[in-house]
Design a protein around this ligand. Structure first.
Ligand code: NAD
Length: 499
């Protein structure tokens, strides 16, 4: 059953912004300068479904040039002090802040998210760079006694190859940049072909700040990702994207045992316990599931609600879903934008079709909107169980199944019955009870009375098949460094070699 929905359209503003974007230059950044490419590819505006900008695709030659530039600059860059690198990153954060309007507008045009959310993403990331720049990884003394002094030093790895998805392009680019560069590595960064513009712009901003070759950005087709992850000059690959591509990246990187971070998909469960104040949490539950039209790896993708509050939670979330303002990202009322690309829009519809076949009751939404662009009505699906594709998989769209459970033990068991392990949450008015339940959940990040709330100071990453390694915080930085032990012997001891 579909409810009333407000569609917000600002076609004239959109057209003006598209023409403005065509005036910008979108070149690759290699060796600190603009670099051309080969055949052009189109960038599609998901709110219209139509191409609006052409970008010259990087090819094999540009990939090799970028790795050459990054390799050549590594020996000088690694010798800069931590404080110098942090200062340059702070300068970059200032450049991002100064360019906020342009970056946010590009995000809305190419990715679709509402402009106010896009601007918030830019602001949050400028702030995250400054926060991360205040961290430092120091040598650790592991033992210091009469026999030995054992120190653990962290050294940069070399050239980092970074491959990003299309859902939060600023967050992805900035996160990979700050980790790689602060740790003393140089970087070759590739955005998704669906959302190249904002990352190319960030490369341009970096040209005047970082030494030549330290920060390189290339956009083009998926094949570039494969070349990057198998490139002999890459010491590490950091990849964020789907499990299927992550598997290929791991295989490519295995040939010479490159260091690897994989930030993969999620199917986050949120458990709402029956002592919760539903009025206080309903809007936040809805927001954590439908943020960026559900296209967030750590969004709530399965909502488990205990019997006692099930009806009330469903009633509140269905009301939000039916009344949400869906539309293009420049209409000021828009709360939920389009799905980012046509392929993903079709995947979301396949999920809805299989849920319908499984007997879902669509209490809100349940279909794509019959209008240009890749819009899907915010959907609440009831009556499903595990075993249904919508519950077990990752639709990555504005679709949320709500499931009922009897007691915490049952809720935890059902939440954990998945190969995914990115995030999870527990919602309760009793934080001690919630933390007890949280202790049994299987995920890399577990929130209590919150969800999809990343913190640049807190390591983030998946367990099980949601990934390998961590980004953010000190642990995230260490994932971009090699630990090296230096052991100084202080007393003569028996040698292994007896002459
Ligand atoms: P994707 O796997 O299709 O693409 C990701 C990137 O990989 C793109 O840049 C693409 O060009 C590149 N690529 C494609 N083929 C490649 C290959 N053979 N070798 C190397 N690179 C290749 O993912 P997507 O559809 O862009 O993003 C959505 C997925 O990303 C979802 O599953 C989502 O959960 C996940 N994601 C995870 C996190 C996280 O932190 N865990 C964050 C955001 C998104």
């Amino acid at each position: 059953m579909e409810g009333a929905r407000i569609f917000c359209d600002s076609a004239a503003v959109m057209q003006a912004k598209e023409s403005w974007a065509r005036e910008l230059s979108f070149g690759h950044t290699v060796g600190g300068a603009a670099c051309g490419g080969g055949a052009c590819f189109s960038v599609v505006n998901p709110a219209t479904g139509l191409p609006f900008v052409e970008v010259a695709a990087a090819g094999r030659a540009e990939v090799d040039l970028a790795f050459e530039a990054a390799s050549a600059s590594f020996s000088d860059w690694r010798r800069t002090s931590w404080a110098e690198r942090a200062a340059l990153l702070r300068n970059f954060a200032d450049a991002v802040s100064a360019d906020e309007e342009t970056l946010a507008t590009l995000v809305t045009l190419e990715q679709g998210r509402p402009w106010a959310f896009a601007r918030a993403e830019v602001r949050r990331n400028a702030q995250a760079i400054r926060q991360m720049a205040d961290l430092s990884v120091l040598p650790e003394c592991l033992r210091d006694d009469d026999s030995f002094r054992s120190m653990l030093h962290y050294r940069p790895l070399g050239v980092v190859a970074a491959i990003a998805p299309w859902n939060v392009p600023v967050t992805m680019a900035v996160g990979k940049l700050v980790h790689a560069l602060l740790a003393g590595n140089t970087l070759v960064l590739k955005p998704s072909p669906y959302t190249p513009l904002v990352t190319l712009r960030l490369g341009e901003l970096g040209r005047g700040i970082f030494p030549s070759g330290v920060f390189n950005v290339l956009a083009g087709g998926n094949e570039i990702g494969q070349w990057m992850s198998e490139h002999p000059a890459a010491a590490k690959v950091t990849f964020t994207g789907s499990m299927a591509t992550g598997r290929k990246v791991a295989q490519s990187a295995a040939s010479d045992f490159k260091r690897l971070t994989l930030e993969l998909g999620g199917n986050d469960a949120a458990l709402v316990l029956d002592d919760v104040d539903v009025d206080a949490v309903a809007a936040r539950l809805f927001g954590a599931a439908f943020v960026n039209s559900g296209q967030v790896c750590m969004a709530i993708k399965r909502l488990y609600v205990q019997d006692g509050v099930y009806d009330k939670v469903v009633e509140r979330l269905v009301t939000y879903a039916r009344n949400a303002s869906v539309g293009d990202g420049f209409a000021p009322q828009t709360q939920i934008g389009p799905v980012q690309n046509e392929a993903q829009w079709r995947i979301v519809q396949d999920f809805l079709a299989s849920a319908r076949a499984d007997g879902a009751d669509f209490a809100a939404g349940g279909a794509a909107l019959d209008r240009p662009g890749y819009f899907v009505a915010p959907t609440i699906a009831l009556g499903l169980r595990e075993g249904s594709r919508l519950v077990d998989g990752e639709p990555f769209g504005p679709v949320l199944p709500i499931l009922r459970f009897r007691d915490a033990e049952e809720g935890v068991a059902r939440a954990n019955a998945t190969p995914y392990g990115l995030g999870a949450s527990v919602w309760s008015d009793d934080p001690d009870r919630a933390e007890q339940v949280a202790a049994s959940l299987e995920a890399g990040t577990i929130w209590v009375n919150d969800h999809a709330a990343p913190d640049p100071m807190v390591p983030f990453g998946g367990i099980k098949r949601s990934g390998i390694g961590r980004e953010s915080g000190l642990l995230g930085l260490k994932n971009f460094m090699e630990p090296v032990s230096v052991i100084t012997s202080r007393t003569p001891r028996m040698s292994w070699f007896v002459p």
